[in-house]
Design a protein around this ligand. Structure first.
Ligand code: GDP
Length: 551
């Protein structure tokens, strides 16, 4: 048996979530750089990106695939050098068409970093992913990125969190300067300023807070204490007694409140200008949960139906969730799994309790930014990719053969857009069907049906961009040229006219849809024909009175 390299309490499974263009990819790359996994800082949109390894993503400059990358963090001041942290980054896509990918990632991560554009604050898709993270009880820290950008305004960004997300969030850092003058970052907890001393921001030094920012820093530290004390009795007691609150006490209270989803620490930086990313990694370690801190994962015993808590523990039987299937050009089909309990060795058999099949894990891999390492064994709380699982699809439970449990499965929303598809040459019909089937195994929000009246093949998904990409992948990866027909969408007209927004709503019995930057949930009216809107309009961009009920 292999030895566990990182103790459970030194493991973090995190996701980075953002509105498109807020800087998720750039931030992720800097994390990989500072954790020593990549040696060249690549610009996201010039094709040198490390995370966006699919051609599609490079061309479009968006992240689609939810890859899990393992990094090692030694600390901003190498304070964890002897016992570093293992940080698994589960990549979540930024485009709203791929919310399904976001949901799937949220399911298996323990904490998240929400990246904001410091000039824009909270944006519509920030709200969408924030809401999803709330559904899955994921503790979060907020990284206000792009503090160097024209129009960057940290206070505005913090205010936008209060206004648009309506949560208890306060700064734990404060930027020194903004836009071209963004220079350094104040740690409000320690009341120290950190300045970079080299070009790439690798080395930093602590200095006194500039005289003109001293009062502001103290005031902001108090604001932080009050916000956390509001939700933390221990800190409240100290605060009411008027005692000085030490760095350690405040950090501990911020951690408790963040893990309890009662508080969201806000940080400042600029990934592009190499500022603030290492401090953010320290905050990941300080304030985001490890596998032992999160609510136990629930599984059902298929024999008794009894609910069982899965708390990370290597000595228990193996139980894992397959959260992502990817086809890798070198090794073929990869099944990404999050292990909840027990350990799994390469070469051993697992039970897929979702499909009731037994499968053998050929090899186990840990994915890094630019390399992959073969591992003998994966431990509880960790993430790995397995080669050789042919019948496992996204959302399946994998367990030890003699300990069959069904893990709480993932929910996949109904598709909201449908297109007719046909191969350019009739002879390609089988190849097309095969491609659709493979792609649907990777992404359960992508489906194919046959139109009962015309016999046409229809593909359905969460948005136009997603289907575009699927058709493109059919061409690149499966060598099938296909043509697609106009979206088969009911009520498109009505919405376009009324709210002046793009949108696709499929006639179906309830579900979710989105148009432009607004996210809507709707349900069928009593007769089951047409729709009426709930109050569930999220984002608040379109006033409710502009949304008609459709007869
Ligand atoms: P994503 O869509 O959230 O992954 O965003 P990207 O990381 O691809 O960044 C979008 C654009 O913003 C790119 O052109 C980046 O170079 C730029 N960008 C990212 N971070 C920063 C930053 O800190 N400051 C500035 N000025 N630009 C940034």
């Amino acid at each position: 048996m292999a030895k566990r390299e990182y103790p459970l309490e030194r493991t973090r499974n995190i996701g980075i979530m953002a509105h498109i263009d807020a800087g998720k990819t750039t931030t992720t790359e800097r994390i990989l750089y500072y954790t020593g996994k990549i040696h060249k800082i690549g610009e996201t949109h010039d094709g040198a990106s490390q995370m966006d390894f699919m051609e599609q993503e490079k061309e479009r400059g968006i992240t689609i695939q939810s890859a899990a990358t393992t990094a090692v963090w030694h600390g901003f001041f190498d304070q964890f050098e002897k016992t570093p942290y293992r940080v698994n980054i589960i990549d979540t896509p930024g485009h709203v068409d791929f919310t399904i990918e976001v949901e799937r990632a949220l399911r298996v991560l323990d904490g998240a970093v929400a990246v904001l554009d410091g000039a824009a604050g909270v944006e519509p898709q920030t709200e969408t992913v924030w809401r999803q993270a709330t559904t899955y009880d994921v503790p979060r820290i907020v990284f206000v990125n792009k503090m160097d950008k024209m129009g960057a305004d940290f206070q505005m960004s913090v205010d936008s969190i209060h206004e648009r997300l309506q949560v208890n969030a306060e700064a734990i850092q404060w930027p020194i300067g903004a836009e071209d003058d963004f220079e350094a970052v104040i740690d409000l907890i320690t009341q120290e300023a950190y300045y970079p001393v080299d070009e790439l921001g690798e080395k930093w030094e602590a200095r006194d807070i500039p005289a003109e920012l001293k009062d502001l820093s103290e005031e902001k530290r108090n604001t932080l204490i009050e916000a956390v004390a509001d939700v933390d009795d221990d800190l409240m007691e100290k605060y009411l007694e008027g005692e000085d609150i030490s760095v350690a006490e405040l950090k501990a209270a911020v951690r408790r409140a963040t893990l309890a989803l009662q508080f969201y620490p806000v940080l400042a930086g600029s990934a592009y200008k190499d500022k603030g990313v290492q401090m953010m990694l320290d905050a990941v370690v300080d304030y985001l949960p490890g596998p032992l801190d999160v609510k136990a994962y629930i599984a059902n015993d298929p024999k008794t139906g009894e609910e069982i808590d899965l708390i990370a523990d290597d000595s228990k039987s193996f139980a894992a969730l397959a959260f992502k299937i990817m086809t890798d050009p070198f090794v073929g089909r990869l099944t990404f799994m999050r292990v909840y309990t027990g350990t799994l060795q390469s070469g051993s058999y697992v039970q897929n309790t979702s499909s009731d099949t037994r499968e053998r894990v050929g090899r186990l891999l840990q994915m890094h930014a630019t390399s992959r390492t073969e591992i003998e064994e994966v431990f509880s709380g960790d993430i790995a990719a397995a080669i050789g699982l042919k019948n496992t699809t996204t959302g399946d439970s994998l367990t030890a053969v003699d300990h069959q449990l069904v893990l709480e499965s993932m929910e996949f929303p109904e598709p909201v857009i449908e297109l007719a598809i046909e191969p350019k040459t009739k002879a390609d019909q089988d190849k097309l069907s095969n491609a659709i089937q493979k792609l649907a195994e990777e992404d359960p929000s992508f489906r194919a049906t046959t139109n009962p009246e015309t016999g046409d093949t229809l593909i359905a998904g969460m948005g136009e961009l997603q289907l575009d990409i699927m058709v493109d992948r059919m061409r690149r990866e499966f060598n099938v040229e296909a043509t697609v027909g106009a979206p088969q969408v009911a009520y498109r007209e009505a919405f376009t006219k009324t709210v002046q927004a793009r949108g696709y709503f499929k006639r179906q019995s309830g579900g979710k849809g989105q148009y432009g930057d607004v996210y809507i949930e709707f349900s069928p009216n009593e007769e089951g024909a047409g729709f009426e809107f709930d109050d569930a309009i999220v984002g608040g961009v379109v006033p409710r009175e502009y949304i008609p009920s459709v007869e």
